[in-house]
Design a protein around this ligand. Structure first.
Ligand code: SAH
Ligand code: SF4
Length: 437
């Protein structure tokens, strides 16, 4: 990618750029040509410089440099953003100086759209580096218990939707869930995730007793993923000891959300996410990539929203179309888009916990290993008793449905080692401020 540049071509455009920035933010940017130690101004409103006190400079390649002047010192993040915006203005395309943490929405969109392999590899490498820097080499293991496939909702994308009459429905007893939690504990996992379709199959009271018992007996971190509930119900579960709640917002596009989840509204889902956070849960959300109606622009917005919501965990994976759903026959998410999503989520959220999901492992035999190398730091082995697994079909082709929990335990540990990482046996709580469990 060459970015040769003729100063005369850009000087007048830069002048306009500089004026606009100055009138909007009172910040002056000047363009200079660098010769040895000398910086000669070539564009920008030099006459304004005398009124401004603070300056910083950055040398770009091609002998060009940019100086920023402002009345008082700018927060580091803002200064960095200005340098990056200027760099984009000067060199449309990708920064040759490397891929940065905290990308802008525009940058995220460019990465989502690019098919340039070099660039995609650079993105993956950067995400791996950022993962190491912010969350380290440990891989947190969350044992997943698929408690019930009974669901009152009719989400277009999901095999558990109530309209799917070709599914044998089940509900694990609380005793069975407790035994699965014991298995997770005995396998050295630090967390259990209790997930189910959205229905009133368990009373809140039953769930509270179960959570208390699991916490008391095993000291595991408990995550719930039971869908939309009332605030008082979330509060009761939290008081019983639930540490975390996972609820994907699926897409930030309001219209698409309601189309995919009939009778539900994005606002309500997001409101619940903020209740959960208020109640002191560590909150996880995410999306599916490759679902019909999604655009690169909407995915870029989704990724920025992960950062804006300050999520503790972000679990996203490819959409896999199921035969018994209205989206049968559509194409679904591919490996590269799924890995880009993980990598960009890492760059935007920095220290969120990000799983390499089962759906990713289902579209590619080593999808989860690849995810761990592109920014992910969590893996969620299945702890559901073998006899129920084949009926928890959110999507077809799901891996590990013929295995039992013990098989998953050894497989996952081998996978982590193969990736040159180490399996954590702690709870792997949130690394965001004041969100210790
Ligand atoms: N009922 C709860 C939790 C179970 S569904 C809820 O909906 O929140 C968990 C997640 O599975 C959903 O959030 C969705 O993103 C994912 N999922 C559902 N159908 C899928 C499919 N066909 N392909 C990939 N992921 C799917
Ligand atoms: Fe039910 Fe969740 Fe599937 Fe929707 S995604 S049908 S709420 S299990």
């Amino acid at each position: 990618m060459e970015r040769g540049i003729f100063i005369s071509d850009i000087a007048s455009r830069f002048e306009r750029y500089s004026k606009e920035l100055y009138s909007q933010k009172g910040v002056l940017v000047l363009l200079a040509r660098i010769r040895g130690e000398r910086w000669d101004f070539v564009a920008g409103m030099q006459e304004k410089k005398k009124d401004l006190l603070v300056s910083s400079r950055r040398e770009f390649s091609d002998g060009l440099g940019v100086l920023i002047y402002s009345g008082s010192s700018l927060p580091e993040k803002e200064e960095e953003k200005i340098f990056r915006d200027v760099e984009h203005f000067l060199f449309p395309g990708f920064p040759r100086g490397g891929i940065a943490e905290n990308p802008t929405e525009e940058e995220v969109l460019r990465f989502l759209k690019t098919s340039d392999e070099d660039l995609i590899n650079q993105l993956f490498e950067k995400a791996d580096e950022v993962r190491k820097k912010y969350v380290g080499d440990e891989v947190h293991i969350r044992g997943l218990i698929e408690a019930s496939n009974i669901c009152d909702k009719d989400c277009f994308y999901c095999g558990l939707r109530k309209g799917n009459k070709d599914l044998e429905r089940y509900k694990m007893t609380c005793e069975e869930i407790f035994s699965s939690a014991r298995f997770a504990h005995d396998s050295g996992y630090g967390t259990v995730v209790i997930q189910s379709g959205e229905s009133l199959m368990y009373t809140v009271d039953e769930l509270c007793r179960l959570i208390e018992r699991i916490k008391r007996s095993f000291g595991l971190a408990v995550s719930l993923s039971l869908g939309e509930m009332r605030k008082d119900q979330y509060a009761a579960l939290r008081s019983a000891g639930a540490d975390r709640y996972l609820m994907r917002f699926e897409t930030s596009d309001k219209t698409l959300f309601s189309r995919l989840k009939p009778g539900s509204r994005l606002e309500d889902r997001l409101e619940r996410i903020s209740w959960l956070s208020e109640l002191g849960y560590q909150v996880g959300s995410g999306i599916m990539i490759g679902i019909p109606g999604q655009t690169p622009e909407s995915v870029a917005r989704d990724i920025m929203l992960f950062g804006e919501l300050d999520l503790d965990m972000v679990g996203s994976g490819p959409f896999i179309p199921g035969d018994n759903t209205p989206l049968a026959g559509t194409s679904g998410g591919d490996l590269i888009s799924s890995l880009k999503l993980i990598a960009l989520t890492r760059l935007v959220t920095l220290n969120a916990h990000i799983p390499a999901t089962t759906a990713l492992g289902s579209i590619d035999i080593s999808g989860r290993e690849k995810g761990l190398k592109c920014g992910a730091n969590v893996i969620m082995p299945n702890c559901t008793p073998g006899k129920y697994r084949k009926n928890y079909v959110l999507y077809p082709g799901k891996i590990c449905i013929d295995e039992d929990a013990t098989d998953c335990a050894s497989c996952i540990k081998a996978m982590v080692l193969y990736c040159g990482r180490k399996a954590s046996n702690g709870p792997g709580h949130s690394l965001k401020n004041s969100k210790e469990g």
